[in-house]
Design a protein around this ligand. Structure first.
Ligand code: FMN
Length: 301
């Protein structure tokens, strides 16, 4: 199958922020049957991020407040180069800027790399104290940043949207109108809080964080479906996918590929291999020949 013109062996993708950026773990994910890998979001300068604990588990998934820890775009792209030098795999370089100028500079840096696609993280909920409201909640910001990046980028551009937007379909349409080649949706939900009752404290040092994992899957499916009906560009679906059936459902809702994040914590790196086998078993049992046969085929009541 193909995603934005690149041939990929499966629609499964590593979501941003899950395995950092080390080229060896990115390669392992592809060897295990994923089609694409997304780097941790990279900023112009290195960022230490928030103090730990930065991840808290609960019965429905995870709450995280990593705070965009990353080694900066220059070091991050060195790992992307190593990934591509020794390996055939498709990479999505995720970037995070404080304003459209920074996003443009990040896009220029990625232009010179072997990275295949550029993902704009417009939707991180964990750094509001520093950067104010996530751009994905502000219609004019989506238009401004995507337009500015598209004017300089020589890579296909994915805009990553937030489930916290009042009207995510409007955001999807604005990103498409501004020239985005695809959408990634959804980023983490909320903020949420996990409490340690004995300690009488929130588990996260930052008190709250973005919610991910199985509990956000129904929301992701609905929002992907809504966007799919309104835009023509492909959607990289993400949010609560833990197994093959989840991935099938997300493609039926309208995703052209499916990224897995929190389930890597729960099921380990083997999640890609197992999920791919589960998808293929479903497809052969129900008469689907190709992954692409699944995209958007949901019949609504
Ligand atoms: C620990 C952690 C770190 C994350 N870091 C990033 C990040 O740097 N950039 C980004 O765009 N999304 C980040 N995300 C969001 C995921 O890429 C994904 O959109 C979200 O978790 C929903 O998918 P999931 O339910 O499969 O985890 C992070 C998620 C988690 C759990």
């Amino acid at each position: 199958m193909q995603f934005l013109g690149k041939v990929i062996p499966s629609p499964l993708t590593l979501a941003s922020g899950i395995l950092g950026i080390s080229f060896s773990s990115l390669q392992r994910v592809i060897r295990d049957g994923a089609g694409m890998v997304t780097t941790k979001s990279l900023s112009l300068e290195p960022r230490i991020g928030h103090e730990g604990p930065i991840i808290a588990e609960f019965e429905g998934g995870l709450v995280n407040s990593v705070g965009l820890t990353n080694p900066g775009i220059d070091d991050g792209l060195l790992e992307v180069e190593k990934f591509h030098n020794e390996f055939a795999g498709v990479s999505i370089v995720s970037v995070f800027g404080a304003n459209s100028e920074e996003f443009v500079n990040l896009a220029r840096a990625v232009n010179h790399s072997k990275g295949d696609f550029l993902e704009l993280n417009l939707s991180c909920p964990n750094v509001e104290d520093e950067f104010k409201r996530p751009f994905a909640l502000v219609p004019e910001k989506i238009t401004e940043i995507v337009t500015a990046v598209k004017a300089v980028s020589n890579k296909p551009v994915l805009a990553k949207l937030s489930p916290n937007a009042n009207d995510i379909t409007l955001m999807a349409m604005l990103a498409e109108q501004a020239g985005a080649d695809g959408l990634t949706m959804i980023n983490t939900l909320g903020h949420g809080m996990v409490i340690d009752a004995i300690a009488r404290r929130p588990v996260l040092r930052n008190n709250f964080g973005g919610i991910s994992g199985p509990c956000i899957k129904p929301l992701a499916l609905k929002l992907i479906r809504d966007a799919y009906k309104q835009v023509k560009i492909p959607i990289l679906g993400t949010g609560g996918v833990s197994n093959g059936l989840d991935a099938v459902e997300m493609m039926m809702a309208g995703a052209s590929a499916v990224a897995i994040g929190s389930a890597v914590y729960e099921r380990g790196l083997d999640v890609f291999k197992i999920t791919r086998m589960e998808m293929e078993a479903f497809m052969s049992e129900h008469g689907y020949e190709d992954y692409t046969d699944l995209i958007g085929i949901l019949e609504e009541n």
